[in-house]
Design a protein around this ligand. Sequence first.
Ligand code: ADP
Ligand code: MG
Length: 276
Amino acid sequence: MEAIIQVRNLTHDYQLSGNEMIRAIEDLSLEIEEGSYVALVGPNGSGKSTLARHFNAILTPTSGEVMVDGLSTADEQNCWEIRRRVGMVFQNPDNQIVATTVEEDVAFGLENLGVAPELIRRRVAETLDMIGLSSYAQQPPHLLSGGQKQKLSIAGIIAMRPRCLVLDEPTAMLDPRGRTEVLGTVKQLNSQEKITVVHITHFMEEALEADQVVVLAEGKIVRIGEPQEIFGGELNLEELGLEVPTVPKLAHILRQGGLKIPDGVLSMEQLVNSLC
Ligand code: ADP
Ligand code: MG
């Protein structure tokens, strides 16, 4: 597997007024494998959004280096190519919707790229089909549910065929049903379309779905590993300011109560099996 994003010794300082600055990321190194599904978690202010903004050159390093598909984000000439490869989805779907119908909204980015109308039509239809919004093509976006609106903003990015999708708390403003819908779409884009996913979330249940979980605190990686390694055994996540997902928490309590439950239990099914 090759890395699509390589972060080497990244430090990011925000310059405040006067000589003050905030160090949001400090000497951080990370590789995102092409095709993988990475969850990025950590308490508020730990630097998740700052790091994500480096992945498509919205921000550039104070020091260190970020390479996307071999292209350095520090070189302004690479910006265009980097943004074609890495698409970003943000928290509030209402801020990302630009057109008056669903299909026009998906077409918007392609029109800006100067793609031929015939190809745009085909791409929009394919993308709406992929995301499961075909039956809403002619509707105004404001009639969609929160989850559907967020799927629409994902569709607008996917229509441009990026290799990597970076989502910054895409489910934070959604109800449980909307969260499930969006998470399903993202998982499908990863497993079927082989799109690399970096999913920032403060819902630990969502992080359980990833291939790899990266835990940030105070601008540094404090833990990295498969969900089993992060959530499956001894849990000291609360001291990092993170909630513990329900099943691992339950397994932990039962273990403390003397039941022999193996490490690495993440799903209800695994828990039930380990008790039988
Ligand atoms: P997270 O997404 O994990 O909540 P952020 O990356 O938004 O964390 O923030 C990391 C740190 O950088 C915080 O201390 C935050 O206050 C600061 N910060 C974020 N954005 C800015 C900005 N535009 N200007 C100044 N400081 C910022
Ligand atoms: Mg954030």
